[in-house]
Design a protein around this ligand. Structure first.
Ligand SMILES: Nc1ncnc2c1ncn2[C@@H]1O[C@H](COP(=O)(O)OP(=O)(O)OP(=O)(O)O)[C@@H](O)[C@H]1O
Ligand SMILES: [Mg+2]
Length: 236
């Protein structure tokens, strides 16, 4: 095995079973992602992008197939175990920010860190401060999410995702609810994190938001139908 592979998906299938219908959301997916890659995942609505990201982010389990994260099989761990690994390794950014409305900005960022038992209160405070600085939001630490603009809320969501120094950032339509100026700030932030070595996978419909991506994976009906190096990396 190539030991720089941070993600290896082999024959991953995901079937959603509801009372009436069975949906094959992912159909035999095989993807390897190296440390430091910046992957954009694109495709039509319903093709399985969010499903793929939730499996990568250990928010959901595949129906079949194997997921190796940093060489370790995480396909079928208990929820608790998954949550611990996610907390240490992965930062997740959602289209709708998903901040907790009655916690302040700094409390939101601190929350995932409180599940890391070895961290002291003052270590957590330092990590929160440093994450806020990275997204230029240190002046809003005591605000509630509702007191911030959409772009600022997304920057806080990114601060929450990066506070624990994850190896991987997964972002599902991170600019989907933002105007172009705020979207650009988020895109620049993701580019910067990637340049600092973070592996990034971003789902997006917005071509502006993947300028920095080095690879594009296109899904169609739950299958990978294209997997190419982006122009930018080809000329680099
Ligand atoms: N929780 C669920 N239960 C049942 N079916 C689901 C569930 N989540 C997604 N699906 C189905 O799985 C398929 C893939 O959905 P998914 O959300 O991954 O698509 P997507 O590519 O992210 O689409 P979009 O661009 O609209 O966000 C769709 O047919 C969807 O209806
Ligand atoms: Mg989606």
């Amino acid at each position: 095995m190539n030991n720089t592979n941070v993600i290896t998906l082999s024959n991953i299938t995901k079937i959603y079973q509801t009372e009436e219908v069975e949906t094959l959301a992912l159909d035999n997916i095989n993807i390897k992602i190296d440390a430091g890659e910046y992957v954009s995942i694109v495709g039509l609505s319903g093709c399985g992008k969010s499903t793929l990201l939730s499996i990568l982010g250990l928010l959901d389990k595949p129906t079949d197939g194997q997921y190796l994260l940093n060489g370790r099989d995480v396909s079928d761990l208990s929820r608790n175990h998954q949550a611990n690994i996610r907390n240490e390794m992965i930062g997740f950014v959602f289209q709708s920010f998903n901040l907790i409305s009655d916690l302040t900005v700094e409390e939101n960022i601190e929350l995932p860190l409180t599940y890391r038992n070895h961290l002291t209160k003052s270590q957590r405070a330092d990590m929160v401060k440093s994450a806020l600085l990275k997204v230029n939001m240190e002046h809003r630490a005591k605000h509630l999410p509702s007191q911030l603009s959409g772009g600022q809320q997304q920057r806080i969501a990114i601060a929450r995702a990066i506070a624990g120094s994850p190896k991987i950032i997964l972002a599902d339509e991170p600019t989907g609810n933002l105007d172009s100026q705020n979207a650009l700030a988020i895109v620049e932030l993701l580019d910067k994190l990637n340049k600092q070595g973070t592996t990034i996978c971003v789902v997006t419909h917005d071509p502006r938001s993947v300028q920095g991506a080095t690879r594009q994976i296109r899904l169609h009906d739950g299958k990978v139908c294209e997997d190419v190096a982006s122009l930018k990396s080809a000329v680099a």
